[in-house]
Design a protein around this ligand. Structure first.
Ligand code: CP
Length: 304
Protein backbone atom coordinates (compact mmCIF):
# COMPACT_ATOMS: atom_id res chain seq x y z
CA UNK A 1 0.00 0.00 0.00
CA UNK A 2 1.40 3.40 -0.91
CA UNK A 3 -0.38 6.69 -0.51
CA UNK A 4 2.53 8.88 -1.61
CA UNK A 5 1.25 11.74 -3.75
CA UNK A 6 -2.37 10.60 -3.39
CA UNK A 7 -5.41 12.71 -2.52
CA UNK A 8 -7.68 11.83 0.41
CA UNK A 9 -11.12 12.84 -0.86
CA UNK A 10 -13.65 10.10 0.02
CA UNK A 11 -13.56 6.92 2.08
CA UNK A 12 -14.93 5.22 -1.05
CA UNK A 13 -11.45 5.60 -2.56
CA UNK A 14 -9.97 3.32 0.15
CA UNK A 15 -10.23 -0.46 0.37
CA UNK A 16 -10.15 -2.32 3.69
CA UNK A 17 -6.43 -3.08 3.45
CA UNK A 18 -5.59 0.60 3.00
CA UNK A 19 -7.90 1.69 5.82
CA UNK A 20 -6.23 -0.79 8.18
CA UNK A 21 -2.80 0.36 6.96
CA UNK A 22 -3.66 3.98 7.87
CA UNK A 23 -4.90 2.92 11.32
CA UNK A 24 -1.76 0.88 11.88
CA UNK A 25 0.51 3.79 10.88
CA UNK A 26 -1.44 6.09 13.22
CA UNK A 27 -0.75 3.59 16.00
CA UNK A 28 2.97 3.75 15.14
CA UNK A 29 3.20 7.55 15.23
CA UNK A 30 1.06 7.57 18.39
CA UNK A 31 3.41 5.25 20.28
CA UNK A 32 6.73 6.32 18.65
CA UNK A 33 6.54 10.02 17.71
CA UNK A 34 9.22 11.24 15.26
CA UNK A 35 9.33 15.03 15.76
CA UNK A 36 11.40 15.66 12.60
CA UNK A 37 9.49 13.41 10.19
CA UNK A 38 8.08 16.29 8.11
CA UNK A 39 10.79 18.92 8.59
CA UNK A 40 10.94 21.16 5.51
CA UNK A 41 7.38 20.34 4.39
CA UNK A 42 4.61 22.93 4.32
CA UNK A 43 0.89 22.27 4.77
CA UNK A 44 -1.75 24.76 3.59
CA UNK A 45 -5.08 24.74 5.46
CA UNK A 46 -7.80 26.33 3.31
CA UNK A 47 -10.96 26.49 5.43
CA UNK A 48 -14.01 27.97 3.71
CA UNK A 49 -16.21 26.78 6.63
CA UNK A 50 -15.79 27.07 10.41
CA UNK A 51 -13.78 24.42 12.24
CA UNK A 52 -12.09 23.91 15.58
CA UNK A 53 -10.96 20.27 15.71
CA UNK A 54 -10.10 19.49 12.11
CA UNK A 55 -8.07 22.61 11.35
CA UNK A 56 -6.29 22.83 14.68
CA UNK A 57 -5.50 19.12 14.87
CA UNK A 58 -4.10 19.17 11.33
CA UNK A 59 -1.97 22.19 12.23
CA UNK A 60 -0.84 20.62 15.49
CA UNK A 61 -0.12 17.32 13.73
CA UNK A 62 2.07 19.04 11.13
CA UNK A 63 3.94 21.20 13.66
CA UNK A 64 4.57 18.24 15.95
CA UNK A 65 6.22 16.49 13.01
CA UNK A 66 8.48 19.48 12.34
CA UNK A 67 6.59 20.86 9.34
CA UNK A 68 5.32 24.38 8.62
CA UNK A 69 1.76 25.63 8.23
CA UNK A 70 0.18 28.38 6.12
CA UNK A 71 -3.49 29.00 5.45
CA UNK A 72 -6.70 30.73 6.41
CA UNK A 73 -9.75 30.07 8.55
CA UNK A 74 -11.90 32.83 7.09
CA UNK A 75 -12.20 33.07 3.28
CA UNK A 76 -13.48 36.64 3.59
CA UNK A 77 -9.89 37.67 4.34
CA UNK A 78 -8.67 36.13 1.06
CA UNK A 79 -9.03 36.92 -2.64
CA UNK A 80 -12.14 34.69 -2.66
CA UNK A 81 -13.83 37.88 -1.46
CA UNK A 82 -12.71 39.52 -4.74
CA UNK A 83 -14.23 36.70 -6.78
CA UNK A 84 -11.28 34.32 -7.21
CA UNK A 85 -12.44 30.80 -8.07
CA UNK A 86 -11.57 27.78 -5.94
CA UNK A 87 -9.66 26.26 -8.87
CA UNK A 88 -7.49 29.37 -9.24
CA UNK A 89 -6.84 29.54 -5.48
CA UNK A 90 -5.74 25.88 -5.52
CA UNK A 91 -3.41 26.48 -8.50
CA UNK A 92 -1.79 29.32 -6.57
CA UNK A 93 -1.50 27.57 -3.21
CA UNK A 94 0.08 24.45 -4.73
CA UNK A 95 3.05 26.66 -5.54
CA UNK A 96 3.39 27.58 -1.86
CA UNK A 97 2.86 24.24 -0.10
CA UNK A 98 3.45 20.47 -0.29
CA UNK A 99 -0.05 19.39 0.78
CA UNK A 100 -3.44 21.13 0.88
CA UNK A 101 -6.13 20.56 3.50
CA UNK A 102 -9.48 21.86 2.22
CA UNK A 103 -12.81 22.36 3.97
CA UNK A 104 -15.55 23.73 1.75
CA UNK A 105 -19.36 24.04 1.96
CA UNK A 106 -19.90 22.60 -1.54
CA UNK A 107 -20.10 18.84 -2.08
CA UNK A 108 -17.51 17.86 -4.65
CA UNK A 109 -15.23 20.84 -3.95
CA UNK A 110 -12.46 18.60 -2.60
CA UNK A 111 -12.63 16.34 -5.67
CA UNK A 112 -12.35 19.40 -7.91
CA UNK A 113 -9.38 20.67 -5.91
CA UNK A 114 -7.73 17.25 -6.11
CA UNK A 115 -8.17 17.20 -9.89
CA UNK A 116 -6.67 20.68 -10.24
CA UNK A 117 -3.71 20.31 -7.87
CA UNK A 118 -0.48 18.48 -8.56
CA UNK A 119 0.17 18.07 -4.82
CA UNK A 120 -1.95 15.92 -2.43
CA UNK A 121 -5.30 17.38 -1.39
CA UNK A 122 -6.95 16.13 1.81
CA UNK A 123 -10.68 16.67 2.19
CA UNK A 124 -11.44 18.19 5.61
CA UNK A 125 -15.20 18.09 4.90
CA UNK A 126 -17.15 19.01 1.76
CA UNK A 127 -20.72 20.05 2.49
CA UNK A 128 -22.91 17.15 3.63
CA UNK A 129 -20.84 14.71 1.57
CA UNK A 130 -17.65 13.29 3.11
CA UNK A 131 -15.22 13.84 5.99
CA UNK A 132 -12.72 11.01 5.47
CA UNK A 133 -10.10 12.01 8.06
CA UNK A 134 -12.85 12.12 10.70
CA UNK A 135 -13.80 8.58 9.67
CA UNK A 136 -10.24 7.32 10.04
CA UNK A 137 -10.02 8.82 13.53
CA UNK A 138 -13.44 7.37 14.39
CA UNK A 139 -12.32 3.89 13.30
CA UNK A 140 -9.03 4.35 15.18
CA UNK A 141 -10.98 5.29 18.31
CA UNK A 142 -13.25 2.24 18.05
CA UNK A 143 -10.25 -0.05 17.44
CA UNK A 144 -8.31 1.42 20.38
CA UNK A 145 -11.23 1.17 22.76
CA UNK A 146 -12.83 -2.11 21.71
CA UNK A 147 -9.74 -3.88 20.33
CA UNK A 148 -11.69 -4.62 17.12
CA UNK A 149 -14.04 -3.08 14.58
CA UNK A 150 -15.75 -6.38 13.71
CA UNK A 151 -18.60 -8.00 15.67
CA UNK A 152 -19.98 -4.68 16.92
CA UNK A 153 -23.47 -3.23 16.86
CA UNK A 154 -23.08 0.45 16.11
CA UNK A 155 -25.87 3.01 16.42
CA UNK A 156 -25.92 6.36 14.61
CA UNK A 157 -28.09 9.00 16.22
CA UNK A 158 -29.37 12.34 15.01
CA UNK A 159 -28.94 14.18 11.76
CA UNK A 160 -28.19 11.31 9.42
CA UNK A 161 -29.36 13.28 6.39
CA UNK A 162 -26.90 16.17 6.46
CA UNK A 163 -24.11 14.77 8.69
CA UNK A 164 -21.04 14.14 6.54
CA UNK A 165 -19.30 12.30 9.39
CA UNK A 166 -22.03 9.65 9.49
CA UNK A 167 -22.07 9.29 5.69
CA UNK A 168 -18.32 8.72 5.68
CA UNK A 169 -18.27 6.37 8.66
CA UNK A 170 -21.22 4.24 7.52
CA UNK A 171 -19.60 3.89 4.10
CA UNK A 172 -16.28 2.77 5.61
CA UNK A 173 -17.99 0.28 7.93
CA UNK A 174 -19.23 -1.71 4.93
CA UNK A 175 -15.76 -3.35 4.96
CA UNK A 176 -16.32 -4.76 8.45
CA UNK A 177 -18.52 -7.39 10.09
CA UNK A 178 -20.87 -4.96 11.87
CA UNK A 179 -24.57 -4.42 12.45
CA UNK A 180 -25.77 -0.83 12.11
CA UNK A 181 -28.73 0.93 13.61
CA UNK A 182 -29.83 4.34 12.30
CA UNK A 183 -31.85 6.35 14.82
CA UNK A 184 -33.28 9.64 13.59
CA UNK A 185 -36.45 11.63 13.01
CA UNK A 186 -37.91 10.61 9.61
CA UNK A 187 -36.99 14.04 8.22
CA UNK A 188 -33.32 13.28 8.91
CA UNK A 189 -33.03 9.67 7.69
CA UNK A 190 -29.80 8.30 6.29
CA UNK A 191 -29.79 9.00 2.52
CA UNK A 192 -30.90 6.14 0.25
CA UNK A 193 -27.55 6.08 -1.57
CA UNK A 194 -25.78 5.18 1.69
CA UNK A 195 -28.40 2.54 2.56
CA UNK A 196 -28.11 1.07 -0.96
CA UNK A 197 -24.35 0.82 -0.58
CA UNK A 198 -24.72 -1.02 2.75
CA UNK A 199 -27.37 -3.30 1.27
CA UNK A 200 -25.08 -4.21 -1.63
CA UNK A 201 -22.28 -4.99 0.85
CA UNK A 202 -24.69 -7.19 2.85
CA UNK A 203 -24.31 -5.09 6.01
CA UNK A 204 -27.38 -5.63 8.22
CA UNK A 205 -29.00 -2.38 9.33
CA UNK A 206 -32.20 -1.13 10.93
CA UNK A 207 -33.82 2.29 10.92
CA UNK A 208 -35.52 3.47 14.13
CA UNK A 209 -37.00 6.68 15.51
CA UNK A 210 -36.65 6.16 19.28
CA UNK A 211 -33.24 5.84 20.94
CA UNK A 212 -34.61 3.99 23.96
CA UNK A 213 -35.77 1.18 21.62
CA UNK A 214 -32.23 0.68 20.36
CA UNK A 215 -29.80 1.51 23.12
CA UNK A 216 -29.73 -1.71 25.14
CA UNK A 217 -28.12 -3.75 22.30
CA UNK A 218 -25.52 -1.22 21.18
CA UNK A 219 -21.73 -1.44 21.59
CA UNK A 220 -21.13 2.06 20.19
CA UNK A 221 -23.51 5.01 19.88
CA UNK A 222 -22.31 7.66 17.42
CA UNK A 223 -24.20 10.90 18.18
CA UNK A 224 -24.42 13.87 15.87
CA UNK A 225 -25.49 17.48 15.99
CA UNK A 226 -28.40 18.66 13.86
CA UNK A 227 -26.65 20.50 11.03
CA UNK A 228 -28.74 23.66 11.19
CA UNK A 229 -26.60 25.38 8.56
CA UNK A 230 -27.51 22.78 5.89
CA UNK A 231 -31.32 22.98 6.17
CA UNK A 232 -33.07 24.50 3.16
CA UNK A 233 -35.95 25.71 5.33
CA UNK A 234 -35.93 27.08 8.92
CA UNK A 235 -39.38 25.48 9.37
CA UNK A 236 -37.90 22.02 8.79
CA UNK A 237 -35.16 22.79 11.33
CA UNK A 238 -37.79 23.83 13.89
CA UNK A 239 -39.57 20.49 13.35
CA UNK A 240 -36.53 18.48 14.48
CA UNK A 241 -34.77 20.88 16.86
CA UNK A 242 -34.21 19.16 20.20
CA UNK A 243 -35.68 15.89 18.83
CA UNK A 244 -33.31 13.81 20.95
CA UNK A 245 -30.91 14.14 23.86
CA UNK A 246 -28.57 11.56 25.34
CA UNK A 247 -28.56 11.78 29.14
CA UNK A 248 -27.51 9.63 32.07
CA UNK A 249 -31.13 8.48 32.24
CA UNK A 250 -30.97 7.25 28.63
CA UNK A 251 -27.72 5.46 29.44
CA UNK A 252 -29.28 3.56 32.35
CA UNK A 253 -30.68 1.22 29.65
CA UNK A 254 -27.26 0.70 28.03
CA UNK A 255 -24.65 -2.04 28.33
CA UNK A 256 -21.80 -1.16 30.73
CA UNK A 257 -19.33 -1.14 27.85
CA UNK A 258 -21.42 1.00 25.50
CA UNK A 259 -19.20 3.78 24.20
CA UNK A 260 -20.61 7.16 23.22
CA UNK A 261 -18.86 8.87 20.34
CA UNK A 262 -19.54 12.29 18.81
CA UNK A 263 -17.51 14.12 16.14
CA UNK A 264 -18.31 17.36 18.01
CA UNK A 265 -19.20 20.17 18.27
CA UNK A 266 -22.30 19.31 20.26
CA UNK A 267 -25.21 21.64 20.85
CA UNK A 268 -27.93 20.14 23.05
CA UNK A 269 -28.08 16.50 21.91
CA UNK A 270 -25.55 15.22 24.45
CA UNK A 271 -25.92 16.16 28.12
CA UNK A 272 -22.57 17.31 29.60
CA UNK A 273 -23.44 15.13 32.62
CA UNK A 274 -22.48 12.17 30.38
CA UNK A 275 -18.89 13.50 30.01
CA UNK A 276 -17.63 11.90 33.22
CA UNK A 277 -19.34 8.55 32.67
CA UNK A 278 -17.48 5.39 31.59
CA UNK A 279 -19.44 5.57 28.35
CA UNK A 280 -18.01 8.87 27.07
CA UNK A 281 -15.03 8.64 24.70
CA UNK A 282 -15.68 11.72 22.53
CA UNK A 283 -12.86 13.85 23.95
CA UNK A 284 -10.43 10.96 23.46
CA UNK A 285 -11.89 10.60 19.96
CA UNK A 286 -11.09 14.26 19.17
CA UNK A 287 -7.54 13.78 20.50
CA UNK A 288 -7.06 10.82 18.15
CA UNK A 289 -7.25 13.35 15.33
CA UNK A 290 -3.56 14.03 15.94
CA UNK A 291 -2.03 10.57 15.24
CA UNK A 292 -4.45 9.92 12.39
CA UNK A 293 -3.68 13.23 10.69
CA UNK A 294 0.04 12.83 11.37
CA UNK A 295 -0.06 9.42 9.72
CA UNK A 296 -2.05 10.71 6.72
CA UNK A 297 0.27 13.68 6.20
CA UNK A 298 3.36 11.50 6.42
CA UNK A 299 1.86 8.88 4.10
CA UNK A 300 0.79 11.26 1.33
CA UNK A 301 4.14 13.06 1.60
CA UNK A 302 5.96 9.74 1.22
CA UNK A 303 7.58 9.79 4.65
CA UNK A 304 6.04 6.68 6.26
N1 CP B 1 -15.46 17.03 13.97
C1 CP B 1 -15.22 18.17 13.26
O1 CP B 1 -15.13 18.14 12.03
O2 CP B 1 -15.11 19.28 14.03
P1 CP B 1 -14.78 20.74 13.48
O3 CP B 1 -15.95 21.18 12.63
O4 CP B 1 -14.60 21.59 14.70
O5 CP B 1 -13.53 20.65 12.64
Amino acid sequence: VTLEGKDVISVRDFDKETILHILSKAGEVDSHPVPSLLTGKIMATLFYEPSTRTRLSFESAMKRLGGGVIGFADPDTTSTAKGESLADSIRIVEGYADVIILRHPLEGAARLAGDVANIPVINAGDGANQHPTQTFLDLYTILKDKGRIDSLRIGFLGDLKYGRTVHSLATALKHFDVELCFISPSLLRMPEYVLDELHQSKIPFQEMAVLEDAISDLDVLYCTRIQKERFGSPIDHEKVRGAYRVSMHTLSFAKDDLRIMHPLPRVDELDPAVDDSIHAIYFEQAKNGIPIRQALLALVLGKL
